[in-house]
Design a protein around this ligand. Structure first.
Ligand code: BES
Ligand code: MN
Length: 393
């Protein structure tokens, strides 16, 4: 945990305290061969800075540090007391940070948490994020024979773990994009007609979106728009699938095992613990007696939802408007920041999420970048933010 504080008030005047949260850890950079330059050697080309972590999250967080630096270097009095908390486990569930918050509750007590680790639709559409999805992670291993077997000598008499695993997984989602795990949707808070109407106001061009992602056609849960599917509906994704021979050419074997890495994205009021239980029960039921299944639960995070109309949210919207010179939008995001609901639970503080990532920043993908114009606007936003927050009740 890296903690840094601005100099506390000298004249005894009461200033509001805010915590700025960010993370310095990153997702694995592989596959290396798809990077146009080494992931850990930052490279500027045009108005983009390429590197793993450029947008997620170092570049975005740096905007706040630079804004504070500007206050300090110009001798401008900061309108708020600020504590930076920067951690290195966000991308794997922030498992140490909850304890740290509990141990340092007093020092970290604040009006709200400020985070720039989410996205905006474009430079012309700054946004205040008021909801995040949660997550539940697992690994599933299907064990077959005690070793890889000659598929000619033994194939046909034993089950194939890769086949068994994929057949199990294929049953978990139907053709309408619904997750078929019993109880999966039980706790999902339905979307209000008002919110669904608001979603329609967000800029979204299906054609451009499809092109950006390089898919022949979009796919999602029937009955919901793409905006809803990616931010306000739960999902069940295979993140990795491994079995058998992956080298060049062919190898005629029945593999000894097959393994899948899975994460489900959760929405309010789904609980990662309950989802883990439902998934585990269902998988066990689907597993045939011809293989042995091992399920390893991974990290989990609660979803988050907060009102975008509070006085502090209004202050954040004003700062965004001034910095970007465009009307900001309140929006929900599909990604997860595991500690955000814990900030609420432990410190009683809500999070103001002022993202600076663009849709084509390639977060978690090869050639991740951060837009330098967004960086400049982000610094301005942060500089304005402290003045606006100081005024907000
Ligand atoms: N910055 C992202 C979260 C994010 C991305 C929120 C885009 C909204 C829009 C964060 O660093 C992240 O990637 N978190 C992980 C957490 C998980 C591995 C526990 C995620 O969402 O996959
Ligand atoms: Mn990330």
């Amino acid at each position: 945990m890296v903690v840094a504080k601005t100099r506390r008030t000298s004249n005894g005047a009461h200033r509001k305290h805010y915590v700025v949260y960010g993370h310095y850890d990153v997702q694995p950079p592989e596959p290396f061969e798809l990077w146009k330059s080494p992931p850990f050697e930052p490279r500027i080309q045009g108005r983009s800075l390429f590197a793993r972590g450029a947008t997620d999250n170092k570049g975005q967080h740096l905007a706040h540090l630079k804004a504070i630096e500007a206050y300090v270097k110009t001798g401008t009095e900061l309108p708020c007391d600020i504590t930076f908390v920067i951690e290195g486990e966000e991308e794997v569930g922030s498992k140490s940070l909850s304890g740290f918050l509990k141990e340092n509750r007093e020092e970290l007590t604040c009006e709200a948490i400020v985070i720039s680790d989410t996205g905006i639709p474009s430079l012309k559409h700054p946004a205040l994020t008021y909801a995040l999805r949660g997550i539940a992670a697992f690994e599933i291993i299907v064990h077959g024979p005690s070793r890889d077997l000659h598929s000619g000598i033994f194939g046909g008499t034993v089950d194939n773990p890769a086949m068994a695993l994929t057949q199990i997984l294929a049953q978990l989602r139907d053709k309408n994009g619904k997750i078929t795990i019993p109880g999966f949707y039980d706790d999902v808070q339905p979307l209000s007609p008002y919110e669904r109407k608001q979603f329609k106001r967000l800029p979204f061009n299906a054609r451009e979106y499809q092109k950006l992602l390089g898919v022949p056609k979009l796919f999602g849960e029937r009955g919901y728009t793409a905006v809803e599917q990616r931010s306000a509906r739960p999902t069940f994704e295979i993140n990795g699938l491994t079995s058998g021979y992956q080298g060049e050419g062919s190898k005629t074997i029945v593999p000894a095992w097959a393994r899948a890495k899975i994460t489900a994205r959760l929405v309010p009021n789904q609980k990662p613990e309950r989802i883990t239980k439902l998934v585990t029960q269902h998988l066990r039921k689907l597993c045939p007696p011809t293989v042995r299944m091992e399920i390893i639960p991974g990290h989990g995070a609660q979803p988050y939802l907060v009102s975008p109309t509070s006085p502090r949210a209004q202050a954040a919207l004003r700062a965004l408007r001034m910095a970007f010179d465009h009307e900001p939008l309140p929006m929900r995001e599909g990604g997860s920041i595991p500690i955000v609901q814990e900030f609420k639970n432990i410190l009683g503080a809500d999070s103001l999420m002022l993202g600076l990532a663009l849709p084509d920043d390639n977060a978690h993908s090869p050639n991740e970048k951060f837009d330098l114009d967004c960086f400049a606007k982000g610094q301005l936003m942060s500089a304005y933010l402290w003045q606006e927050l100081a005024k907000a009740s």
